[in-house]
Design a protein around this ligand. Structure first.
Ligand code: ZN
Ligand code: ZN
Length: 114
């Protein structure tokens, strides 16, 4: 069952916040409430990451993917020293894949420039 906003009856979407909690957010008025376990069963919570237009839009379903963690990087935004990482082939197949990082503390995503 989709959930509707108690304030304006707009459709609500699950959004994963930086603190790791999932909230239901109204797409019309922005009303926010904590998601129940029922909501989590109904919706697949995903994190959408958009880089430059050359790169693909990368959608990581955090339900299904257990990303490895590295302690060899520093978050450019908050300075935290642990991040998830993954590799994606963004260019020609004969070039090495690009490595992406996602900060464990603030959720910031950046790519490795070689
Ligand atoms: Zn609303
Ligand atoms: Zn960070």
């Amino acid at each position: 069952m989709p959930r509707f906003c108690p304030r304006c009856h707009g459709l609500m979407k699950p959004v994963k916040e930086v603190d790791g909690e999932v909230y239901m957010v109204c797409i019309r008025c922005g009303y926010k409430m904590k998601a129940s376990s029922n909501d989590l069963r109904t919706y697949r919570v995903s994190t959408k990451i958009t880089h430059t237009e050359k790169d693909k839009t990368i959608v990581i379903s955090e339900e299904n993917v257990n990303l490895p963690i590295t302690k060899d990087v520093i978050c450019p935004r908050c300075g935290y020293g642990e991040a998830y990482y993954w590799m994606i082939q963004t260019r020609a197949a004969d070039e090495p894949p690009t490595r992406f990082y996602k900060c464990r503390r603030c959720g910031y995503v950046w790519r490795e420039y070689e």
